[in-house]
Design a protein around this ligand. Sequence first.
Ligand SMILES: Cc1cc2nc3c(=O)[nH]c(=O)nc-3n(C[C@H](O)[C@H](O)[C@H](O)COP(=O)(O)OP(=O)(O)OC[C@H]3O[C@@H](n4cnc5c(N)ncnc54)[C@H](O)[C@@H]3O)c2cc1C
Length: 352
Amino acid sequence: MQQFDYIIVGQGIAGSLLGYQLLKADRRVLILNDESIPTSSAVAGGIFNPITGKNLDKTWLADSIFPYFKDFYLSLENETHCHFYHETNLYRPYANEQQRRHFLQLTDEYDLDTYIRLVKPDAYKEVENHLGGLFTTSAGWVDVPLMIGVLRKLFIQSNAYHNERFDYQALEISEEKVIYKNFQASKIIFCEGYYASQNPYFNWLPFNPAKGETLIATMQTYSIKEIVNQGAWIIPLGNQQYRFGSTYVWNQLDWQTTKESKETITSKIDKFLKTPYQITEQQAGIRPTTKDRRPFMGNHPAYPNVYVFNGLGTKGVSLAPYFAEHMLYFLEKEKDLMPESNIQRFYSLYSL
Ligand SMILES: Cc1cc2nc3c(=O)[nH]c(=O)nc-3n(C[C@H](O)[C@H](O)[C@H](O)COP(=O)(O)OP(=O)(O)OC[C@H]3O[C@@H](n4cnc5c(N)ncnc54)[C@H](O)[C@@H]3O)c2cc1C
């Protein structure tokens, strides 16, 4: 029987960053991950943006999590010699006069100077922006598949990784340990994203999964380095490649791409993009979003050594580094979780 401190199920962004934190803390870790199934992390735009939505809402905990993940990703880049963290302004050209007035009123009312800069009309020729717009600063994107790939190599080198589908029926839980096939560990943490719906230990948690699709496009004559967002976004990936996104669908939860989603995205893009493009790829994923839009972290109400780290929703890139560290401290019994992220808030939904 091989001994570990922790077994982690799933190596999306949640399992990857938690596994990394635990290895850094010199814990013996085994990650079991099924590489044959589609994942949310593989298709994520990877955008981080402190100010979002129609009302320029500040992202939850932005003042803490943004400085935290910046340091985290830069230091991980350094360690792995891999460039996946891209800081860039996010440009929001005003869609119409009404939106311009609304945004200007909001920037006056709230102290958004740290995160917002106004942009004069017609700053760019490739997009419709005759009314001007605004930049949200401290924004950017992470190449999530690249980062996960480089972490997988690190886990393999550390003998901490198996490519296999976890079979819930084969898990044996006792008070002081868990046994899975020929592996024994003190604790097990489930990080399966949307697939938690198939997990008998945590399928009672109130997820509100949202399917989303993105497109990959090529453009020869587009040179904007910022992310542009006006109802749909364009991320410059490099080498004349761009990601367009995204859609939100709550009622057809499968991993298939659809013609409707492609049309939804391109019709929004066509409203402001003035440059010709060619779609080369379409991808679909299911976001592990939660009803109260807060992560699902903590231990199972009946099995104290069975844990979950999930529910990163639409903001995996911003939330995962900060909360992976919280999870580490919680697992090591050094600190409690934030009540807003602790699944204790839903224990009343659990029945044996
Ligand atoms: C279209 C789209 C656009 C998005 N854009 C952004 C964005 O711009 N910015 C942002 O921050 N977030 C974005 N997201 C959200 C982001 O993708 C998620 O927050 C994040 O990827 C969730 O990561 P996860 O590790 O929880 O889940 P996943 O990435 O789904 O990973 C789960 C892992 O568990 C494994 N697994 C599941 N079940 C088993 C099993 N039984 N045995 C073994 N392994 C198993 C899977 O193989 C997978 O590797 C987007 C999502 C979508 C769909």
